[in-house]
Ligand binder design. Structure first.
Ligand SMILES: NC(=O)c1ccc[n+]([C@@H]2O[C@H](COP(=O)([O-])OP(=O)(O)OC[C@H]3O[C@@H](n4cnc5c(N)ncnc54)[C@H](OP(=O)(O)O)[C@@H]3O)[C@@H](O)[C@H]2O)c1
Length: 243
């Protein structure tokens, strides 16, 4: 069923993105991966005939080229994140996730696909739903997050990318549908049972764990399975390990 699907993946050299890539290929899906360096892809994937690697700087690719790369894709998955070094966190591009999200969505819109393309963004539990209150988040935590977003560019960036999808792409866009996956603290481990929530369940002070393999699994399900997509499109599901 998934053999004829094509998915564009960005962030495929990262910890979670690499797992998404391996799982998509394992499910027989055609993957186009835009990466800065093919040398950082997970071992053994480069020779896979289902994989097309585009070595390019996503943020400076010409709009025409980006439009060509989204052409014919059923879904776009973004696992981009700021590299966890001082330069990665504080240096440019501070708006990596937002700018990539905007560019990819605009490229899809310019392409005017017959059926909407699914845009699946990896966010975090630090991201708020912009159009709805998060009852679990108290005033102290909200204040802490405002401070965090002021001081730590990636926190602001992840929020702005989600804001863009909620507010500017919206729920009725004929070309792009979206979901923002919000894991808690990322941990290693194989795919295991996980739980999905339509709002936050833990506080930032008392976090849950989320295996990166489970995030990858859920992102693949969203991209490939109609039922998963119908349940979670236009939402910001929180994913945590079961138990
Ligand atoms: N750490 C946590 O506990 C946690 C928890 C929840 C959510 N998150 C969020 O989840 C997302 C992914 O996390 P992760 O730990 O899997 O990410 P990661 O391993 O740090 O991977 C980041 C990816 O983004 C790419 N990237 C970074 N800077 C780039 C740039 N300037 N241009 C193009 N690509 C760039 C990296 O490419 P290169 O290989 O070329 O560097 C890599 O593929 C992030 O948004 C993070 O905020 C993290």
């Amino acid at each position: 069923m998934t053999a004829e699907r094509t998915i564009l993946l960005v962030g495929g050299t990262g910890r979670t993105g690499g797992r998404v890539l391996q799982q998509l290929l394992g499910r027989g899906v055609n993957v186009r991966a835009i990466v800065r360096s093919a040398g950082r892809l997970p071992a053994g994937v480069a020779e896979n005939p289902l994989l097309t690697v585009i070595e390019a700087d996503l943020l400076s690719l010409a709009a025409d080229d980006l439009q060509r790369y989204v052409r014919g894709c059923d879904a776009v998955i973004s696992c981009l994140g700021h590299v966890l070094t001082v330069r990665g966190i504080l240096g440019p591009p501070r708006d990596l996730v937002t700018r990539a999200t905007m560019r990819l969505c605009r490229a899809i819109e310019a392409e005017q696909p017959v059926s909407p393309v699914r845009f699946i963004l990896m966010g975090s539990v630090s991201v708020n739903r912009p159009d709805r209150p998060e009852p679990r988040r108290g005033s102290i935590e909200r204040a802490a997050l405002v401070l965090l977003r002021g001081l730590v560019p990636p926190a602001k960036d992840n929020q702005r990318a989600a804001d863009f999808l909620c507010r500017e792409i919206g729920e009725d866009n004929p070309f792009v549908q979206w979901a923002v996956v919000r894991p808690d603290t990322l941990i290693d481990g194989d795919v295991s049972e996980y739980v999905l929530h339509d709002q936050l369940v833990s506080s930032l002070a008392k976090p849950d764990n989320t295996a990166m393999a489970n995030v990858a699994h859920f992102m693949c399900e969203l991209a490939l399975e109609q039922q998963a997509w119908d349940s979670w499109k236009s939402q910001l599901p929180v994913i945590v390990n079961a138990g």
